[in-house]
Design a protein around this ligand. Structure first.
Ligand SMILES: C[S@@+](CC[C@H](N)C(=O)[O-])C[C@H]1O[C@@H](n2cnc3c(N)ncnc32)[C@H](O)[C@@H]1O
Length: 220
């Protein structure tokens, strides 16, 4: 069982790591690969005009950048703990609101039932208290709001290995584990599909009574 101090240290480790790599982040193979994962994620979601959208762990703001290019009427918000990643994001999209806060403080920053969509791309495995984070997502989403998480998935054994070797990795869910996490957190699964070789997109909907849904197969 981890204590709060260990969790805060891990969050600080993430912040320092992403501050360090921010200026290289959009360049090279990883940057290009992630950009195409983001494009494919956006193309898999039917986004309504004038929606309020939050990108959690927005990094250098690529998702927000692509959304803004597609539709100028969207209300776009991005949050991240890395100041340097956000500095790059702010230069890319002037009209979006980028806020430097931890995912743990979402409910302090935004009212309940505020967003139509929440996106999390390649960031969920860095977040502490992942089950509480899912509750926060649930609370700040409107009824019928969509939660879209695109994550790496190498299968259970390699995910575990990645968890051990990657600094700041809290836990990397398999496709099945993530589906169960959505269900026990009150989301109905609208879509789950592979986005490239090692990435999986899960799209859940917040229905009015979906908090009561139980999933007996939930493992973690
Ligand atoms: C691998 S990057 C992904 C960035 C972006 N979503 C993308 O796809 O390019 C993970 C991001 O999550 C952010 N992050 C990590 N832990 C966080 C936390 N506790 N709260 C908010 N953001 C966090 C990091 O600073 C980093 O920018």
């Amino acid at each position: 069982m981890k204590n709060n101090l260990q969790i805060l240290l891990k969050e600080d480790q993430n912040k320092k790591f992403f501050d360090l790599v921010a200026r290289y982040y959009d360049k090279g193979i990883v940057g290009n690969w992630l950009f195409s994962v983001i494009e494919k994620t956006i193309n898999s979601v039917n986004i309504k005009k004038s929606s309020k959208i939050l990108d959690v762990g927005t990094g250098t703001g690529n998702l927000i950048y692509l959304l803004e290019k597609q539709n100028k009427k969207l209300n776009l918000y991005g949050i991240d703990i890395s100041k340097k990643m956000l500095t790059i994001a702010r230069k890319k999209v002037k009209t979006a609101k980028f806020i430097k806060i931890s995912v743990l403080l979402l409910e302090k920053e935004f009212p309940s039932k505020f967003f139509d969509y929440i996106f999390v791309i390649d960031a969920f495995h860095h977040f502490p208290y992942q089950k509480n984070v899912m509750n926060n997502f649930y609370n700040i989403l409107k009824i019928n709001g969509r939660l879209v998480i695109t994550e790496l998935d190498f299968g259970f054994i390699f995910n575990y290995f990645f968890h051990i070797i990657e600094p700041g990795n809290e836990w990397l869910y398999t496709k099945k584990e993530l589906k169960n996490l959505f269900l026990v957190s009150g989301f109905l699964i609208e879509k789950q599909k592979k986005i490239g070789t090692f990435a999986v997109m899960t799209l859940g909907v917040k229905y009015k009574n979906s908090k009561s849904i139980e999933n007996k197969h939930f493992r973690r």
